[in-house]
Design a protein around this ligand. Structure first.
Ligand code: NAD
Length: 484
């Protein structure tokens, strides 16, 4: 049994309470590690360490911060296989996916922000030759970074990398469901020579550790990725203290397939967009809208491709779909399949526990990829985030209907459009309410672009300059040069 500890002030320490929680392997349903049941006392200790480390780290030249972060990235890359295994065990995702996507993208996050700080521009404005205004951007202090379980190391690094690069110190809280890769990263940070207190990792439950971090008066910035309800609770708590908030929340993303689309590519990518990571990616295309002439052909081919997906042991290289992250989450997702039936939908395939799982996975939390038709845009299944391997397909006759239905949820994170008509592609992209719109592709990311959601999908944007700005406080200095 492995035991995880907090990482505070450069050392691995016991929780103040002495209490630990179980960490489960979703593929087997068994406990495989222990996690500190952290609380406000641990957060206090971590924030104090981060405050002490702040002046030194903020004053460290950007080139030196960059060097240490690039060293961390190199160590993550050197440990790719072990980290991918840890993430697969923690999360239930296929090892092949963690190896190909999650861990390499974590390396990319670290390298991107470690080098971005070497190329930033500072702003200066001459005011009629009479004054010079220049803008300093200073790190805010101790940043609180709270991340979810679905892409554990990728989203953890997505937050801590820009915070550290810009000279902040960090208290980070990974999800209690998937803590292992953040724990391993802390080890690698120590090995890379990151000074004590610059990154602190406090483990435990959201309402205890996360809430204490959000409420702490010495943490002026909170970067959070997770569910919309949690985001609302954080905003309510942080708002009266005027904390800087970045909230990356849920999604219910439409995938619009027009009749002139490249059928094979649209089909193949739509299956991936629906079920990658067991549908547990905030950007998954979980509502597919298909233009009527294509509808029957698309539905038949989509269901057939879905039946081909192999659900099984995440360690098996042939597996496309692993386990869902927890038994509670599995029950929630299954509840939506029941709701779909109650709302008049037809389950074309999936919806059940796979019958042919290997013995090791007998107690695991698996669900067949599920395709549902026959529901309208206004029903709960089509409006609420399910966050599992469940997708709905519905037909549309006219482009304006497709746009209306695409927008008919409280969310606005991502959308995908499949068409060969360039005018339509831009027209629809303009009308769809989403922070990112993919045209004839999905999940293609450029780290320089702003990332985030409209409506209930969040507040603020991350990525590129947006992240560098979020973690720094602008201060304008106006110098008089001559009388006006
Ligand atoms: P969650 O909101 O339950 O938990 C996220 C993190 O917040 C965890 O570390 C948790 O411990 C912590 N937390 C829980 N309650 C808290 C509180 N009261 N105060 C402070 N912290 C608290 O989300 P989850 O189930 O881990 O993740 C799934 C959700 O995340 C989905 O809704 C998904 O769409 C969303 N998500 C969004 C993005 C994005 O970029 N927009 C990316 C990935 C996941």
């Amino acid at each position: 049994m492995q035991t995880i500890r907090h990482f505070i002030d450069g050392a691995f320490v016991e929780p103040a309470s002495g209490a630990f929680l179980d960490v489960y392997e979703p593929a087997t349903g068994t406990v495989y590690a222990q996690l500190p049941d952290g609380d406000g006392d641990d957060v206090e200790r971590a924030v104090s360490a981060a405050r002490r480390a702040f002046p030194g780290w903020a004053a460290t030249p950007a080139a030196e911060r960059s060097r240490v972060m690039l060293k961390i990235a190199d160590l993550v890359e050197a440990n790719l296989e072990a980290l991918a295994r840890a993430e697969s065990i923690d999360n239930g995702k296929p090892l092949a996916l963690a190896r190909a996507v999650d861990i390499p993208r974590a390396v990319a996050n670290l390298r991107f922000f470690a080098t971005a700080i070497l190329h930033t521009q500072s702003e200066a404005h001459l005011t009629d030759g009479a004054a010079l205004n220049y803008t300093r951007r200073e790190p805010r202090g101790v940043a609180g970074c709270i991340s979810p379980w679905n892409l554990p190391l990728y989203l953890f690094t997505w937050k801590i990398a820009p915070a550290l690069a810009t000279g902040n110190t960090v208290v980070a809280k990974p999800s209690e469901l998937t803590p292992m890769t953040a724990h391993r990263l802390a080890e690698l940070c120590a090995e890379a020579g990151l000074p004590p207190g610059v990154l602190n990792v406090v483990h435990g439950l959201g309402p205890k550790v996360g809430a204490a971090l959000v409420a702490h008066p010495d943490v002026p910035a909170i970067s959070f990725t997770g569910g919309t309800a949690t985001g609302a609770a954080i905003a309510a708590r942080a708002g009266p203290q005027f904390k800087k908030l970045s909230l990356e929340l849920g999604g219910k993303n439409p995938n619009l397939v027009f009749a002139d689309a490249d059928f094979d590519t649209a089909l193949r990518t739509s299956v991936r967009a629906a079920f990658a990571n067991q549908g547990q990616i905030c950007l998954c295309g979980s509502r597919i809208l298909v233009e009527q002439p294509l509808y029957d052909r698309f539905v038949e081919a989509f269901a057939s491709a879905t039946r081909e997906l192999v659900v099984g042991d995440p360690f098996d290289e042939a597996t496309h779909q692993g386990a869902l992250v927890s038994s509670q989450h599995l029950e929630k997702v299954r509840g939506y399949v029941d709701l779909a039936r109650a709302e008049g939908g037809t389950v074309l395939c999936g919806g059940e526990r796979p019958g042919d799982l290997p013995e090791r996975c007998a107690g695991g939390w698996f669900l067949e990829p599920t395709v549902i038709t026959g529901l309208d845009a206004g029903c709960r299944v089509n409006r609420e985030e399910i966050f599992g391997p469940v997708v709905t397909i519905m037909p549309f006759q006219r482009e304006p209907d497709a746009v209306t239905w695409a927008n008919a949820t409280p969310y606005g994170l991502a959308a995908t459009i499949w068409t060969r008509d360039l005018d339509r592609a831009h027209r629809v992209a303009n009308q769809v309410q989403a922070g990112i719109v993919w045209i004839n592709c999905w999940l293609l990311r450029d780290l320089r672009t702003p990332f985030g959601g409209m409506k209930n999908s969040g507040v603020g944007r991350e990525g590129g300059d947006e992240a560098l700005r979020f973690f720094t406080e602008p201060k304008n200095v106006c110098v008089k040069m001559r009388s006006l």
